[in-house]
Design a binder for this molecule. Structure first.
Ligand code: PMP
Length: 361
């Protein structure tokens, strides 16, 4: 509607309008409970029904088998950078990291405190614009796990397929979670902060194979121990109740759209028209990322005339398209077009880009 902007932020990010409307209608008095979800006991029957439905809908969406626990945690994906080695490694265990951008690098650095990680491939010298050839990876055969960041939010590089790990594959899916079908059985752990594709910040979702739970290092804080959370169905302490409720509404909405096969089709279409606009601009706009691994979610691009970038952002904001400035570490522009960005938003951006080029090209 008229008073809403098209928000291209990388996260917290735009949420589906119908989900916001539904939350609005249930805010004051949730389904006759006489109170809002924010005021409920996390152990009461109302909230129990909310978290259980959220979990079962997520299981349907990603076809998650009973071999996996689904945890709704706090602390952001950043906390998982430590939780993962603490839960599944001993301090001397070697582990492998593929670093395709800033987030993979942060995950690696945090792991150095709790195990013996090694970067077996880094895209840094190419300014994080690619993904390695899996056959050429030099994995340590004793590695406890291989860590990837499935979609680098800042650099816009996305794994389209996954390497076969020596032991376990662990993936940070924060910025492409639920954007397409994923074969969960290929992974030991999948984790994601909610605030890009599936809800507000404050909820971190961890999908972990059950046989990996229960062998955490002794120093593991109780709040980082998967066993504590799995044994208590994510209700060991007070969870981020409202955030979990919002994620549940998003999962319902994704199922109503026909599930992730349909969602992926829409995401491909949106990304296609934006990348086409960039590629067909005769160099006025440029995407630095290698074509085959361009992200469907985060689209960084630069202007040939870098001095026009501030003007681009300013003019776009005037037309109610906001948060298009690239991350401070890479500059340029970035359009994040998560599930909830409507096609109309991308079409409007592309029309604006063409008009901007016509005026400044
Ligand atoms: N991983 C990725 C891929 C991210 O995009 C982000 C957030 N931008 C993080 C990890 C960190 O997440 P959080 O802020 O939830 O700790």
């Amino acid at each position: 509607t008229q008073d809403r902007v098209f928000n291209f932020a990388a996260g917290p990010a735009t949420l589906p309008e119908n989900v916001l409307r539904k939350a609005e209608s249930e805010l004051y008095n949730w389904r006759g409970a006489g109170m809002s979800v924010m005021e409920m006991s996390h152990r009461g029957k109302e909230f129990m029904s909310i978290i259980q439905k959220a979990e079962s809908d997520l299981r349907k969406l990603l076809d998650i088998s009973d071999d996996y626990a689904v945890l709704f945690l706090q602390g952001g994906a950043t906390t998982q950078f430590a939780s993962i080695p603490l839960n599944i490694c001993k301090p001397q265990d070697p582990v492998d990291y593929i670093v395709t951008g800033s987030w993979g690098d942060k995950a690696f650095k945090e792991a150095t405190k709790y195990c013996k990680p090694k970067v077996i491939w880094s895209g840094k010298s190419d300014k994080y614009t690619g993904i390695p050839d899996f056959n050429a990876l030099d994995q340590n055969s004793d590695s406890r796990y291989l860590h990837i960041c499935a979609n680098e939010t800042i650099h816009g590089v996305e794994f389209k397929d996954y390497p076969t790990p020596a032991a376990l594959l662990v993936a940070d899916m924060s910025s492409n979670f639920c954007s397409k079908p994923v074969d969960v059985s290929k992974f030991g752990i999948i984790y994601a902060g909610a605030q890009k594709n599936v809800g507000p910040s404050g909820v971190t979702i961890v999908i972990v194979r059950k046989d990996l739970i229960g062998d955490a290092q002794e120093i593991t804080p109780v709040m980082l121990d998967y066993k504590i959370h799995a044994d208590n169905n994510s209700l060991y302490n007070t969870p981020p109740c409202y955030g979990i409720y919002m994620c549940g509404l998003v999962f319902e909405d994704l199922l109503a759209q026909g599930g992730l096969v349909e969602v992926e089709k829409k995401n491909i279409k949106k990304a296609q028209i934006l990348y086409d606009a960039i590629d067909e601009s005769n160099g006025f706009y440029r995407s630095p990322v290698e074509k085959s691994v361009r992200s469907l979610m985060n689209v960084p691009f630069t202007l040939e005339k870098a001095e026009l970038e501030a003007e681009f952002v300013k003019e776009a904001a005037k037309e109610k398209m906001i948060q298009l400035k690239g991350h401070r570490s890479v500059g340029g522009m970035r359009a994040s077009i998560y599930n909830a960005m409507p096609l109309a938003g991308v079409e409007k951006l592309v029309a604006f880009m063409k008009d901007f080029q016509a005026r400044h090209g």
